[in-house]
Design a protein around this ligand. Sequence first.
Ligand SMILES: *Cc1c(COP(=O)(O)O)cnc(C)c1O
Length: 961
Amino acid sequence: MSLNIHYKEDFKDRHIAPDLADTDAMLSTLGLGSVDELIDQTVPAKIRLKKPLNLPAAKSEKDYLSSLKQAASLNKVFKSYIGQGYYDTITPGVILRNVMENPGWYTQYTPYQAEVAQGRLQALLNFQTMVIDLTGMEIANASLLDEGTAAAEAMFMQFSLRKNQDARKFFVSELIFPQTMDILKTRANPFGIELVTGDHRTFTPTADYFGAIVQYPAGNGEVFDYTAFATQAHDAQVKLTVIADLLSLTLLTPPGEWGADIVVGTTQRFGVSIGFGGPHAAFFATKEEYKRSIPGRIIGVTIDSANNYALRMALQTREQHIRRDKATSNICTAQALLAIMAGFYAVYHGPKGLKLIAERTHGLAVALSDSLTQIGYSQLNKVYFDTIQVELGDLKDSIHKECIDNEINLYYKGTVAYISLDETTSLEDIKLLNKIFSKVKGIAADSVELASEEHIETVIPAALQRQSAYLTHPVFNSHHSEHEMLRYIKSLEAKDLSLCHSMIALGSCTMKLNATTEMIPVTWAEFSKIHPFAPADQVAGYYSVFNELDRWLSEITGFAAMSLQPNSGAQGEYAGLMVIRAYHQDRGDFQRNIALIPSSAHGTNPASAAMAGMKIVIVKCDAQGNIDVEDLKAKAEQHKDNLSCFMVTYPSTHGVFEESIVEICEVIHANGGQVYMDGANMNAQVGLTSPANIGADVCHLNLHKTFCIPHGGGGPGMGPIGVAAHLVKYLPGHAVVDINKGKSIPAVSSAPWGSASILIISHAYIAMMGGEGLKEATRYAILNANYIKARLEQHYPVLYSGSNGRCGHEMILDCREFKNYGIEVVDIAKRLMDYGFHAPTVSFPVAGTLMVEPTESEPKHELDRFCDALIAIRSEISAIEQGQLDRIDNPLKNAPHTAAVVTGDEWSHGYSRQVAAFPLPYVAAHKFWPSVGRVNDSFGDRSLVCACPPIESYMEEDAAI
Ligand SMILES: *Cc1c(COP(=O)(O)O)cnc(C)c1O
């Protein structure tokens, strides 16, 4: 026997699930001889790439991790006192391993299918309760993308709610963080909102202002008493947003008690690593009366079909996909996983633990201030929580050098150093700082006495000391031992269906493999512990990852350059449209503000266009679901003087490669417009065609779809944009870190590279797949979809196909005819849970349909289980049609069936328990039990409860805490 010593494992064969036997079997079902033949029938020849992708050869998993380790070693992990919205924190091990590093939590989808998502809905409800309690507000959402965009959302909500339509001024305290200021500028500009920056102590709000924003503690660390300012603002009908630090609110009087209308901020320091900028969850809290204007998702309490406690996303009609061009926010993917972690951090520490952490942090700041003052420095803050300002004068350079020598970063502004302390700061750290500051003054460090360690008095005046209780709910007071915490986390995880259980064939959302090797580096200290404003010479490892990723994504899209800043697909849309806007304005075309958008577009498209100040003109689709080219031409010509852009999803949201795309792009360009391509369906393009190749000028990529960042139960995500050469100079800049491209628009995210740490996941995916592997993935995504189509089309009408009867990477199953027997598409979605599956995308882009996207990561076996389930459900529908099953009491209408219902003493249905819970033989082998019956949406919306309800209200429902 001869031995092959050159054998190398190929990551591509782990990522792409079908093997040769699967491939042959699927091709024969399709009546095809090869995958090439299928691709030729699917992707129009004229848009196919002529050359293979120019990417480095694929690396094995082992080789990738060792090469990345080398890059990581170029990042220097210094002790950071930079602050500015980013603080070191300790992720409790039980949360790190069992949530952040656990696919049972990170591969979940947004909880639209509430019955199989009660675990994360509860975790997000805990998050909302934590935010409500700490801020002293009445209602909170379940996360926004970062502190800066949360502040911008707050500004815009105030603007939308203004009574005086002429009020266009917004007061901005000069002491908010610079990156937040930058994002406010971006967001204010298209609406003619005038930002007036100043000192709140000398500013008097008047009727031409619609709102104001201040920070608490302020950006320089000083804690102001804003009570009088809030009163003045309210007297002038001006609403007040407060950007607050949650940890400080355990000690400070919360904004809700002194007049805030909206409170926003980040929850990063609640156990979520800095990660060079993200991802972290921002929060948004306000008053009950504004509940219908809150951006993002709100989790609410309701009941299920058996009247038991259940949770679901509340008030869903407010979401951008319904509001479209009337939307005031485009937030879709948020930061669910990180919100869940922050909520768990509060559960783990409880009110007492959080207060102790805050007291220690504050106490050490006081001790440091005292000793530095003793040494002879002047400390400028009077009232502070964790941040002091030290005047360095002409010692600045020496202090700076001495700190660097000791691997310490401070934040310098002129001759002042800001020093922000955090959960990880110890007495030893303070002593080291004292030593450094003494040495520079020529004083022996041991001659400096730390204020007595036994008695350190707060500098917070009584009027600003928090008196009210918080986190009193049992959930925050029960799980403090590690065993209890572990079991609590696991009990919630067990309620949720994730990719650990079965395929989640969500059309447009691309739920593919999130490989473990891609995830491993995210929590390496060299990546997770880096501050986004750390000096450039400490982050060479990150830069090398960004540079490569930028180059690779540019090659894949065919564009000249990328911006890695937008934190979601929708933020990418917004960034791309603002870039287009800047381009037109730079050419003197200020009037170009019309966005043409097809009627089939995802709701974020018109919402983003509205945010970019554009007027939306809808383009029709024809009976085949394709863009009506005649209508497009007519509208482009009619608006040729004012045309800004056309937004197009490709392949279309119907999953078809429209042949007319090249002509469509030409029409837009001929009329002076730019083409924005929504890249959500990029999984059908990579290696076969590209946005630049079809004629687009800008596109975003949802890295959490095509490029393997897990969905995290509704975030994190990343939505970088690629642009053609003429747009590069307008890509987003940043106020603190110089990434300016010449004519950059201001920032769209708080951090220069958005949620930098998860960019590594996409970097890993591309590096391990290589150009050929990526193209192979696309081909298999299309093969898998067409196989499902072939198996299901005798049972469900498939809407829209290409001219050869093939779909792209997804297809739409029409369920509208079943209405004749009383069956709605949601009944099918819920019944799929009894078979162990998460529903495909429901009612997008066509109401009453299911959109199925299997991805390349599912083997034929799994596709077959899914098809078998849908075929079995179809025969249940036929039984209803033929009268063998009742129209009201049937397995679809009663779905999903819980264990309690199936094992109950009573069973009065016209079908068996077996049919209810084990409808196909394979289900028994691996039964997933939905933890609640069908949730009642309208019950919960009638009386909105979006915090953990008092324990008495569900004493018997112990599971609820
Ligand atoms: C997912 C999606 C978006 C929005 O992306 P987010 O990352 O959720 O903001 C936009 N368009 C289409 C077609 C999508 O599928």
